[in-house]
Design a protein around this ligand. Structure first.
Ligand code: NZQ
Ligand code: ZN
Length: 413
């Protein structure tokens, strides 16, 4: 078990009608003037924005607002938000939405306390030292941004999508009201489930040896996500299942699911699949992050599993109950070919990956890059951004080159 630091300073306020407690929680934390940040209108239509504003009013917290954050948020609106935050002298940023509104708010919070251009942080030209506090009202379980140290922003002019990881990004408060997620379209729910499972798998497949406590948390979270996702697919208003998904999404990405599986000060997982996916949504911002992951993750697994078959077997065993055939014990009458131990491992791992991919597809996620409208010619366009974001060599489960990345993309077409 490797050394680790687990830091999750966010105050999570979870449950029915938690949304109406936003004002009292923000005021209790000592904030008086908020910049509310939201997306393309779902929170207006659902009445969530009005509820948040009413609760801020009741608690004596004044507010201004910035709407129109698109999925895969863009740096232009972040810059607008920074100007607004300064002009209005806000002391807290309150995103109401999902990863996109939250990350836009996080970038505004960093940029408002920095004299240069906020994009410097994403290009690693400067390191953030201060930020405004961020208090989230979550409307979609997916990114885990409500508890994470990460912020991901696109720059359309440069066709880049880049992240900045710092503990300054961890929100001070997250209001988590599962009833707000009843209105989610099935596709967004599914993309969110895929993303949270991906956050756990990026850590599980770090290439480091097993850590039973963390492996059990990780695989337990994934089993619970699969079960809840199937329930929600049948009944989008099932509170218990929605509540489970919401909390799984947070625990998948606040660091808990990776304790002991990282290298202190260096990395907390493999993160190649996120790297490969971010290039897809940089190329085409209409690609939903979780949908891209549903295609990339199985393709990556098929490419790298031989580097750590023991981890893939453990995953298959714990998540899907898949055991490799044991010719000593299992009844193989009726099977003509000789099952070697290598063949048994191969079959169990491939069956695990098939099962995972079939699960994503059963929720309505794409199976191939073609399903996302990505062509063979597009693959070349993904490589320059990948080189900037990941360098020539990346990945810890198996170290990959840019040529390997290209092969993974091509295998997913
Ligand atoms: O924009 P509106 O109108 O609000 O609609 C949104 C959006 O179209 C809609 N939606 C959200 N809550 C809803 C709802 N519709 C109906 N009812 C509700 N309750 O869902 C769509 C997706 O929203 P978005 O915020 O984009 O989703 P998500 O939470 O998946 O965030 C994706 C972004 O987060 C980044 C992704 O790269 C992507 O840019 N990530 C951020 C991470 C982090 N900061 O830690 C980690 C992740 O790996 C990820 O990279
Ligand atoms: Zn993600």
């Amino acid at each position: 078990m490797n050394d680790f630091t687990f830091y999750s300073p966010t105050r999570f306020v979870f449950g029915r009608r938690a949304c109406d407690r936003t004002g009292e929680e923000v005021a209790a934390a000592g904030y008086r003037r908020a910049l509310i940040v939201y997306g393309g209108g779902s929170v207006v239509r659902a009445g969530t924005l009005d509820r948040v504003k009413a609760s801020l009013d009741a608690a004596g917290v004044t507010h201004v607002e910035l709407g129109g954050v698109r999925p895969n948020p863009e740096i232009g609106l972040v810059r607008e938000g920074i100007e607004c935050a300064r002009r209005e002298q806000v002391d807290v940023v309150v995103p109401v939405g999902g990863g996109s509104a939250i990350d836009c708010a996080k970038a505004i919070a960093l940029g408002a306390c920095y004299d240069g251009d906020v994009w410097d942080f994403f290009m690693k030209r400067a390191k953030p030292e201060r930020r405004l506090p961020v208090a989230v009202v979550l409307t979609i379980p997916a990114s885990g941004s409500e508890g994470s140290n990460s912020c991901v922003i696109s720059n359309d002019a440069e066709q880049l999508k880049c992240g900045i990881n710092t503990d300054l990004n961890r929100p001070v408060l997250a209001i988590m009201d599962p009833e707000l997620t009843f209105t989610l379209p099935a596709y967004q729910t599914a993309a969110g489930v895929t993303d949270m499972i991906a956050h756990i798998m990026e850590r599980f497949f770090s290439g480091e040896p097993a850590v039973p406590v963390t492996d059990n948390i990780a695989c337990g979270l994934i089993r619970a996500a699969i079960e809840a996702a199937q329930t929600v697919a049948d009944d989008p208003s099932d509170y218990e299942a929605r509540a489970n998904l919401m909390w799984i999404g947070t625990l998948a990405h606040n660091g808990l699911a990776g304790c002991g599986l990282g290298i202190p000060g260096k990395r907390d997982g493999d993160w190649t699949c996120h790297g490969l996916e971010h290039e897809l949504s940089a190329l085409d911002p209409t690609i939903t992050h979780g949908a891209g992951l549903a295609v990339i993750f199985p393709a990556w697994m098929r490419f790298v599993w031989r580097a750590h078959p023991e981890r893939f077997l453990e995953f298959g065993r714990q998540v899907f109950g898949i055991e490799p055939v044991d010719p000593e014990v299992d009844d193989l009458s009726g099977i003509d070919e000789k099952i070697t131990p290598e063949r048994a491992v191969h079959d169990a791992v491939e069956a695990t990956i098939d099962e995972l991919q079939d699960f994503f597809c059963s929720l309505g996620m794409p199976r191939t890059l073609g399903d996302l409208g990505v062509t063979e010619e597009d693959v070349d366009k993904l490589m320059p951004g990948l080189r900037i974001n990941r360098g020539e060599r990346f990945g810890s489960c198996m170290e990959l080159t840019l040529d390997d990345a290209r092969a993974i993309y091509l295998s997913a077409l």
